[in-house]
Write a protein that binds this ligand. Sequence first.
Ligand code: SF4
Length: 67
Amino acid sequence: MRIVVDFDRCESNGLCVDIAPDIFEIRDDDLLYVLVDEPGEDRRSVIDDAITRCPKQAIRIEYASAG
Ligand code: SF4
């Protein structure tokens, strides 16, 4: 799976960083960075949590279509 953030929606409020600081980071420029954009399936539930709690609906998961 691949994490995709719509940066036009993201308001850098850091909620996803609180939920998964190993995956999301806000830097000194006040912008969100995705540190691991293709995490393993074992992180699915925590990423779902971030997706659900993002107030801007800015995070989504994409799966590459086979072939
Ligand atoms: S929770 Fe949503 S709006 Fe907030 S920093 Fe993360 S992606 Fe951006």
